[in-house]
Write a protein that binds this ligand. Sequence first.
Ligand code: NAI
Length: 423
Amino acid sequence: LNVGCIPSKALLHTSHLFAEAVHGFAAQGISVGPPSIDVPRMIARKNGIVDQLTGGIKGLFKKNKVTLLNGHGSFAGGGEGAWQVKVGDETVEAKQVVIATGSRARHLPGVAVDNAMVCDNVGALNIDAVPKKLAIIGAGVIGLEMGSVWSRLGAEVTILEALPDFLSVADADVAKEAAKVFKKQGLDIQLGVAIGEVKVSKRGVSVAYADKAGVAQQLDADRLIVSVGRVPNTDGLNAEAVGLKLDERGRIDVDDHCRTNLPGVWAVGDVVRGPMLAHKAMEEAVMVAERIAGQAGHCCFDTIPWVLYTHPEIAWVGKTEQQLKADGVAYKVGKIPFMANGRALGMGDTTGFVKMLADAATDRILGVHVIGANASELISEAVVAMEFGAASEDLARICHAHPTLSEVMHEAALACDKRPLHF
Ligand code: NAI
């Protein structure tokens, strides 16, 4: 709410509108003078949204009679049925404890983050003027989203990525399409680099690196964003005092129901295994609350959607084609571009496709991958279908409103059986 999903989406929206005004309006017959961006106003709008939502949580606490103790919490001792948790000077006792301490940005050794010149996700959301040149280390979710924001507003953005493959968590077809589109948008993404010394001066930041051929290079920029993943927040929990078990990566060790090794102590979200996604944390938290209440809470980790809020958006659920190949699963593919979709044409936004993967023998949907406008919303249909154990034929036989982008999902389902109607 504070330094992730919500503020970044606010900035992505503003910068998207700006980019539309620069590149998209003319084709639709709209002429305006060259647009300008008031960055402080954009940031203030973003802060207003964050304040509204955080205020909303306070309201919900009050309504639901939840007492908030402000401060860092740590275990002070105790045992089953009576854990002692210290918050500031106060120590409270609880039968059940849920740890949801989240994560923080991983920093690179020798690269001090001041969130002014060198930013992590926190500073990246508060840059006060469009940098002429912006360097980003890490072409993951944050690198691509923040790179998109500042590139749309006019910054020259270079992203340095250690891995040789671009967006390797995504389906390879999607990653290939995304690389093509982002390049066209002006993002310079250098793969397979090794970062060397980072020097910061009053004038800017200079990043020494070896490119994929091993040749020494230097990137000079006005600002640097470091987005190389996140680490779980377990420091200061005083886990040792109660014998709370961490895993080999420093996360709190939990089972499928988010139970730790201690009775009555649970952990959810970024601080435990699994993708660091807010909606995954939320699902786990609801499950834990239900379990504490004696109900049968459950999370289906196979149907957690992933979304990148770039433009086009990228979203998927389930297995990628490369995972199915590695697992030796026989599958069929239905892949339909947005190119011929009437709604996409009307919107002037026909980039991308929907790709559906279904089991060759049973037709059960195993994965759905979308790159295109509104992918973040479109993916919900696939999540529902997979939760219900749907076959591609089930989606193919469902009426989809016309004209909508969801018709491409429908066609992809039909294409799994080699009978698309409009392509
Ligand atoms: P990430 O794990 O998505 O990407 C980090 C990238 O940095 C990887 O591609 C990695 O290979 C690269 N990298 C690591 N060390 C490097 C080095 N020394 N030099 C160059 N490249 C290096 O992590 P990111 O982008 O920091 O995001 C953190 C978390 O926040 C992720 O788990 C992500 O899921 C979550 N997030 C989710 C969003 C969403 O759902 N839309 C939006 C933003 C963040």
